[in-house]
Ligand binder design. Structure first.
Ligand SMILES: [Zn+2]
Length: 421
């Protein structure tokens, strides 16, 4: 009965795409402003163009892995017609010492299919307890609201073609810190990083379900800004180490510019390739990921950060103990690959051998077995992971655990409009 009901919902949604949307993208740019105590959103402008490369069957996102939720409603009937969630840098800033006293602006945006009629949209923020608050509501009238057209400034290249954009996850590489003199290096890096994705499970078994493109944008100067070393570089999208005062956190705060550069070709997720030897990177669900070309484990780093970006996966390691507030006791995390055992039935319990104990001891007997191992999400106690040495935990390439693998395959299903098994 449940399967039948689900198919019915799917078919209604597939028809709804043509009823409510055009094959075009609308991007809403806004500022996310605040400090540790308060936050607000301020609308900046709308951009429109291209095609709609996202899902058509699952217009309402099946799992809310992000803490920021955009919901779109038909303004006349009030019917919800689209939703998508993401995580953001602002929420990481809020946890810092600086945020206790200093208010900061963070650029954010969301791509949605271009509506045929006036829509109402809301932005809801969820805290770590899972409580959501609607912080913004706006209207967009496709006939009268002004939009900035998508740009067409750069050459784009196809690195891997799995299928049509509306039936695939579209991954876009955006380079930063490559000058014109680095053109050969950029070509080599684009090729290498494409093979790092293609040679890793579950990507390698699903090659016809994703595409990889790149925007060939060059920077004025070679290298990446590193404030702690006094290095400043004039680069295409201005990536920098020491984001929110963490030395190896290499991120892009010019999010509107990043999306402007990216809109020359259809994309669902952005991976920024930085020309730098210093280890660094990051990945935020449905926001963007960064990697650098000089890291010795660059093949591992790119698929690990894409785990955050695409699957909303949590880090399965327990290092540095900074996560005490991140996974509060008594709350089941939204991240699909960690559990506090508050509602383990909603996680990977059904995939386990019923004879495996919960929690599972880290003994040789359980090596290579799906279990519930204590230590994950930056803490040693109270948060559990499914596998001893998944690629979301240890620096091991092509080693995603069965739970992370399943989540990534569900994301391929979402973008290729297929029902997950
Ligand atoms: Zn895993």
């Amino acid at each position: 009965m449940i399967a039948l009901a689900w198919i019915a919902v799917m078919s209604v949604q597939a028809q709804d795409f043509d009823r409510y949307f055009e094959n075009k993208t609308l991007r809403i740019n806004y500022l996310h402003t605040g400090d540790a105590q308060s936050e607000k959103f301020t609308l900046k402008e709308y951009h429109a163009g291209g095609v709609w490369s996202g899902t058509r069957a699952f217009l309402m996102e099946p799992n809310r892995y992000g803490d920021i939720l955009i919901e779109v409603f038909d303004s006349i009937s009030g019917v919800p017609v689209f939703s998508r969630s993401y995580d953001c840098l602002f929420n990481e800033y809020r946890a810092t010492e600086e945020a206790k006293t200093i208010t900061r602006d963070f650029q954010e945006c969301i791509n949605i299919p271009f509506p045929k009629q006036t829509i109402k949209y809301t932005i809801t923020c969820f805290n770590r307890l899972g409580v959501g608050t609607v912080l913004f509501a706006g209207y967009f009238n496709p006939k009268s609201t002004p939009t900035v057209p998508f740009s067409d400034d750069y050459t784009t290249v196809t690195l891997h073609q799995g299928g049509a954009p509306e039936k695939c996850l579209d991954i876009l590489f955006v380079p930063d810190g490559y000058s014109k003199a680095d053109a050969e290096l950029l070509d080599k890096d684009l090729k290498d990083f494409t093979s790092y994705v293609l040679d890793c499970s579950p990507y390698k078994e699903n090659k016809n379900r994703f595409n990889i493109h790149a925007v060939k944008c060059y920077s004025q100067e070679s290298g990446i800004t590193d404030p702690n070393k006094g290095i400043r570089r004039n680069t295409a999208i201005g990536c920098s180490y020491n984001t929110i005062n963490t030395d190896r956190y290499l991120m892009c705060e010019n999010v509107w510019l990043l999306y402007d550069v990216s809109d020359d070709t259809p994309f669902d997720v952005i991976v920024i390739l930085c020309n730098s030897k210093k280890y660094g990177g990051g990945g935020i669900f449905n926001f963007y990921a960064t990697v650098c070309n000089g890291a010795p484990e660059a093949n591992f780093v790119v698929v690990h950060e894409m785990g955050h970006l695409i699957g909303g996966l949590a880090d399965e390691y327990d290092a540095n103990g900074s996560g005490e507030d991140y996974f509060p006791a008594g709350v089941e995390p939204k991240e699909p690959n960690v559990t506090t055992l508050v509602d383990f039935g909603s996680k990977w319990k059904f995939m386990m051998d019923p004879k495996t104990p919960i929690p599972t001891p880290e003994t040789p007997e359980y090596n290579g077995k799906l279990g519930v191992y204590e230590g994950a999400g930056y803490v040693g106690e109270g948060v559990y992971r499914p596998w001893l040495d998944c690629s979301m935990k240890d620096i091991i390439y092509d080693n995603f655990c069965p739970v992370c693998t399943k989540v990534l395959i569900e994301i391929f299903d979402y973008y290729s409009n297929r029902e997950s098994k």
